[in-house]
Ligand binder design. Sequence first.
Ligand SMILES: Nc1ncnc2c1ncn2[C@@H]1O[C@H](COP(=O)(O)OP(=O)(O)O)[C@@H](O)[C@H]1O
Ligand SMILES: [Mg+2]
Length: 323
Amino acid sequence: MAIFEVDKLSLHYLTRFGQKIHAVTDVSFNMEQGEILGIAGESGCGKSTLVNGLMGLFIPPLYPTSGDVRVGGESLMNRTPEDVRANILSRKVSMIPQGAFNALNPTRKVKDIAADVMAAHIKGVDKKQIYERLKERFDLFGMDTNKVLNSHPIQLTAGERQRSVIGISTLLNPQMVIADEPTSALDVTTQKVVIKMIFDLLEKGIFSTMIFITHELPLLRHVANNIAIMYAGEIVEKGAAEQVVFDPRHPYTKALMGAMLSAEPGQKQRKPTAIEGAPPNLANPITGCRFAERCPQAKPECKRNKQEIRIVGDRQVRCDYAE
Ligand SMILES: Nc1ncnc2c1ncn2[C@@H]1O[C@H](COP(=O)(O)OP(=O)(O)O)[C@@H](O)[C@H]1O
Ligand SMILES: [Mg+2]
């Protein structure tokens, strides 16, 4: 049974000039308990916008256009941000954000930031109990727990900060975790530590279902069961991780793999080929395939015909000509 269901979700930003930016269009997928879904795509393709939609968190200028998101059968749409913060975040869906610095209040110690999260959700616990539980949880992370908990964010290294954020966002054992480029602001060594921490948490059963978002497709092969590729606000391909990476079907996924080859071990010498051109402007109506302008295989009708997701072998692909 799917524990997380996303049904034709479309989202837009409303600019000050009354213009709609259609940042996410017609995204649908289901997740099983224990599934790790990777989402990859170039910067600006709508990954972070989608994350807000997946939590039901709509803060102007972001608005839902249509569609539904359900956790354990319960819809997250049509809720106020206050309702989402009180009843959904931390417990049902928790987010590990891109930049740890912005996620931690600089004026407070890590233990107090974490204690607030716990106190907001667990009634009737006293401060001492909270700190004991915090220490127990942070001891799992291979850090100097006393130092980290008693520090202000500025006193910590980038790695300690990101691990603190992960520790805090998973404190209440959420049903599902969404990690939005959790390592993109870190150096390679720290990236490894943070990835290991996420996998330790999975192994210990602190959470089991995760969406892992990155612009690095090859990283996902080691992390995810399934991968969805986004382009200009749409999912253009979805399938098992190894298949999507090694046998991409959508021309965009092929181009993306070509552009990222250098990140694969043993392929350092091969020169990545950049994808020519730019994605379409999401403020304008788009009739045909969104990738047609840049697609080496595009046919004249691709610019006219809207592409729908179809099943090609073991894959979902949004291209009439993929085989
Ligand atoms: N506050 C905003 N107002 C208008 N457009 C926005 C806003 N935030 C993001 N966008 C646009 O939405 C699109 C998707 O952005 P984003 O979700 O941040 O992409 P990603 O996370 O994949 O880099 C981009 O075209 C971006 O310019
Ligand atoms: Mg982003």
